[in-house]
Design a protein around this ligand. Structure first.
Ligand SMILES: [Zn+2]
Length: 354
């Protein structure tokens, strides 16, 4: 008989793993998260009014979720069970599957759970299914988005990525496509300060249907960049869609970049790259500068996170990462947020993982 101590599993989950699980379930992590709690969308309960606001908090100390809209205190298993509509036992398998650990129960009294790292090559995934209304983004206007033009995102780049503008609610509409060009989800970037409180980037809700998709199982921009990635045998990994658009604006029709939509490079995302490009490519991780000064406490933790992101793929594929040692980037900037010169210098001085 195997005995599973649910509390033990929940307590062993790292912050990174919780984010990964939640992304898989369809919620990104809010930028307003801090070192006490992470904020997610309330995917824990159904939304008849079409709102999935960022009111599901995960407390890092107690490892418990609290849904401030409806559910109260819940465990990670409750969240998985509610979203997937599965049993408790299935929710454990789901979690292990995502975090890449196999649990091997030992026999006897006082048995503990052992963890085994799953090889990235063993990862299996189902392609994300296209949305029911793949044309939906087309109902929004092609009118220029001033906020993004001001950030040097070109109109051509926005056209290429089918970015639209919702002038009624002042927000950018960002369709996400699978590598084969099928639309799998639609996100919005709120510019309106009131809407922005619900989250800068949230899924599009239209006619009470949410067009969210598991961000961790897709790579934004791959449909556009894949031929160039094949040609140059390099892929640049950004956190946000916007960085991919900026890359397109700097290097029109020469895009080599994709976005992981967050700061966690998931096993499925890695496997998508391996399946498409084989092992003869270089993965260049270009995460945001989540530290003020190179060498400070935050930078040390951030470097650890970057290395952890590449830990299970660095022996299979050439991996490198961009690291800003000076003030050419500001706090929380993407490597491509400043000039072309800054970006190219960061790429040039990237650190290869041996
Ligand atoms: Zn809830």
């Amino acid at each position: 008989m195997r005995k599973i101590d649910a509390k033990d599993i929940a307590n062993k989950l790292s912050e990174y793993e919780v984010i990964k699980i939640m992304e898989e379930l369809g919620s990104d992590v809010s930028e307003k998260s801090n070192d006490k709690y992470l904020i997610f969308q309330t995917i824990c309960h159904p939304h008849e009014d079409g709102e999935a606001s960022y009111k599901l908090y995960y407390y890092l100390d107690s490892k418990v979720f609290r849904c401030y809209t409806n559910c109260g205190n819940i465990s990670i298993f409750d969240v998985v069970m509610n979203v997937k509509d599965i049993s408790f036992k299935e929710s454990i398998d789901f979690i292990y599957n995502i975090i890449g650990r196999k649990h091997i129960p030992k026999r006897g009294v006082g048995s503990k759970i052992e963890y085994k790292q799953k090889s990235i090559l063993e990862v299996e995934y189902e392609p994300v299914q296209p949305i029911k209304k793949p044309y939906l983004y087309n109902i929004y206007s092609k009118q220029p988005i001033k906020q993004w033009l001001d950030e040097r995102i070109s109109q051509d780049a926005m056209n290429k990525f089918n970015i639209r503008y919702d002038h009624e609610r002042d927000r950018a509409i960002i369709p996400h496509f699978r590598e084969d060009g099928k639309c799998v989800g639609i996100r919005v970037r709120n510019f309106n300060p009131i809407e922005e409180k619900k989250g800068k980037y949230i899924p599009l809700w239209h006619d009470c249907i949410g067009y969210n998709h598991p961000l961790g199982r897709c790579l934004y921009g791959l449909n556009v960049s894949k031929e160039n990635i094949k040609k140059y045998k390099k892929v640049i990994i950004f956190e946000s869609e916007k960085s991919v658009l900026k890359y397109e604006s700097m290097y029109p029709n020469n895009n080599l970049s994709v976005a992981i939509c967050g700061s966690s490079f998931s096993n499925v995302q890695k496997k998508i790259l391996l399946d498409l490009f084989g092992t003869d490519i270089e993965i260049i991780l270009c995460l945001d500068k989540q530290y003020k000064v190179d060498g400070d406490e935050e930078s040390i933790q951030w470097k650890e996170k970057i290395l952890k992101n590449l830990e299970n793929i660095k022996d299979i594929v050439r991996c490198s990462y961009v690291w800003c040692t000076d003030d050419s980037l500001d706090y929380k900037d993407s490597p491509i947020d400043k000039s072309k010169e800054v970006f190219e210098s960061l790429i040039k001085s990237r650190i290869t993982i041996e």
